[in-house]
Design a protein around this ligand. Structure first.
Ligand code: HPA
Length: 286
């Protein structure tokens, strides 16, 4: 079995994973960072690193993720204890939504209070440029519209309430601190703020879909992040999110531009250092 067929997990399963991690690591972080595609370099900045592969740490309950390159890196970022997740479980890879969000509940049980999410995204807002960094001020949970909300099913009160509020999903104090930090670092010329929309992927959007998303008020589109944020807010974590605008989506039938993964990776390489600087300086202030 390559992917877990379980579509929900019990509290005890998350707890067992968290207890295993607590027994096998010394750092006790309050901040977890989920590093998006190509943004895992952040974990290399940690001192006193302890690396745990997903296979070791999330098995057996997020079960059988053979071949997944992801790992958790525990350590200190500028002296502040952190855990970085390098690589995430994407819905488009075939993981169910419970597996996609499994690490976040484990983080909660480890004592994490703040979740930082980063991702690569396509720019829908015509004012955005490739290479811009967007503070996520809100999201549109498109898979949620289609019944793929990670909180569907019996509610586990030990994580949170049945009907959690999402109008304050992204912490406004952190966003303000990030704007100040960007200014201090000289990154404010390419800092944007906007709404992130998640689609399941893996196909990129059609022109008609991009136009719909623009009409809905989305500024950037990607294939991750939202389920993790919903679960993090359910259990009361504070959330801060950044999207790296790796490409501009195509909205014109006369355009010869094509969304492609190579452009996404190239932009990520170009901006990865700025993004790392921004996050590591922000973590210090949190
Ligand atoms: N669409 C969806 N996901 C993405 C894109 C995009 O244009 N760019 C990077 N991730």
């Amino acid at each position: 079995m390559l992917l877990s067929s379980k579509c929900c997990f019990h509290y005890e399963e998350y707890k067992e994973t968290a207890d295993w991690l607590l027994a096998n690591t010394d750092t006790r972080p309050k901040v977890a960072i989920i590093c998006g595609s190509g943004l895992g370099g952040l974990a290399d900045l940690l001192d006193k690193k302890k690396v745990v592969s997903f296979i070791t740490s999330l098995l057996p309950h997020a079960s059988s993720v053979q071949g997944h390159k992801g790992q958790l890196v525990f350590g200190e970022l500028n002296g502040k204890p952190c855990v970085c997740m390098q690589g995430r479980f994407h819905f488009y890879e075939g993981y169910n939504i419970a597996t996609v969000t499994y690490p976040v509940r484990v983080f909660f049980l480890l004592g994490i209070e703040t979740l930082i999410v980063t991702n690569a995204a396509g720019g829908l807002n015509p004012r955005f440029n490739v290479g811009d960094i967007m503070l996520i001020k809100d999201h549109i949970n498109m898979p949620g519209f289609a019944g793929q909300n990670p909180l569907c099913g019996r509610n586990e009160e030990r994580f949170g309430v049945r009907f959690p509020c999402m109008s304050d999903a992204y912490d406004r104090d952190f966003a303000r601190m990030a704007r100040e930090t960007a200014q201090d670092l000289g990154c404010d010329s390419f800092l944007q703020e906007g709404v992130y929309c998640m689609l399941a992927g893996p196909s990129y959007e059609t022109i008609a879909e991009c136009r719909v998303l623009q009409m809905l008020g989305a500024d950037a589109v990607g294939m991750s992040t939202v389920p993790e944020v919903v679960v993090a807010r359910h259990c009361g974590m504070r959330v801060f999110g950044l999207s790296l605008i790796t490409n501009k989506v195509v909205t014109d039938y006369n355009s010869t531009e094509r969304a492609n993964h190579e452009e996404v990776l190239e932009t990520t390489r170009m901006r990865t250092e700025d993004l790392q600087k921004l996050v590591s300086n922000l973590v210090l202030k949190m």
